[in-house]
Design a protein around this ligand. Structure first.
Ligand SMILES: O=C(CO)[C@H](O)[C@H](O)COP(=O)(O)O
Length: 188
């Protein structure tokens, strides 16, 4: 996953992105930008596989979903902590991944917002096969809550890079999520 965050609106491209994307086989672009419409074609041309935009950043989510699909990418839809899951729900049947932010977009190292977990649980109960991602403050202390709530995709920055043993942190995060997925499928 590649995160793109811009604080100002301007004509400058994401310099060097194409070279970066060729290094990865699967890339999900998390576009924490205003006017996400303007980057759909450039990201598709650069080789992105999935384009995740913020519901708060567009006035026409339906049209943007269509544009992303027509550009040959999968669709991710993200919501900030202040946005309700009911606002995302009407689009859930048309997207590949819902991203529930557990910090305010901006920078890594923030505290995990546990009170976002009901959004994840609700989405999982309503959309059993939807990819649900959690992003922000996720690490060994919070991963169990995310996995139990139903997240099957995790973004973790600080917890991994600040560890003396990043490999074991990644393995732990992965195992907790896989175990929760297996448990859910047995319970069904
Ligand atoms: O996208 C973010 C903020 O904009 C995330 O919080 C970040 O990328 C993940 O880092 P961390 O695990 O340190 O919260």
């Amino acid at each position: 996953m590649v995160e793109c965050l811009r604080h100002s609106i301007g004509p400058d491209p994401f310099f060097g992105l194409e070279a970066l994307l060729t290094l990865y086989l699967i890339t999900d672009m998390h576009m924490m930008v205003s006017r996400p419409e303007q980057w759909v074609k450039p990201m598709a041309a650069a080789g992105a596989n999935q384009y995740t935009f913020h519901l708060e950043a567009t006035t026409n989510p339906g049209n943007l979903i269509k544009e992303i699909r027509e550009s040959g990418m999968k669709v991710g839809l993200a919501i900030k902590p202040g946005t309700t899951v009911e606002e995302l729900a009407p689009w859930a049947g048309q997207i590949d991944m819902a991203l529930v932010m557990t910090v305010e977009p901006g920078f890594g190292g923030q505290k995990f917002m546990e009170d976002m977990m009901p959004k994840v649980s609700w989405l999982r109960s309503q959309f059993p096969s939807l990819d649900i991602e959690v992003d922000g403050g996720v690490g060994p202390d919070s991963i169990h809550r995310c996995a139990e709530a139903g997240a099957n995709m995790i973004v973790s920055g600080s917890a991994v890079v600040s560890s003396d043993d990043p490999r074991s942190v990644i393995a732990l995060l992965k195992n907790v999520v896989i175990e929760a997925i297996q448990k859910r499928s047995l319970d069904r």
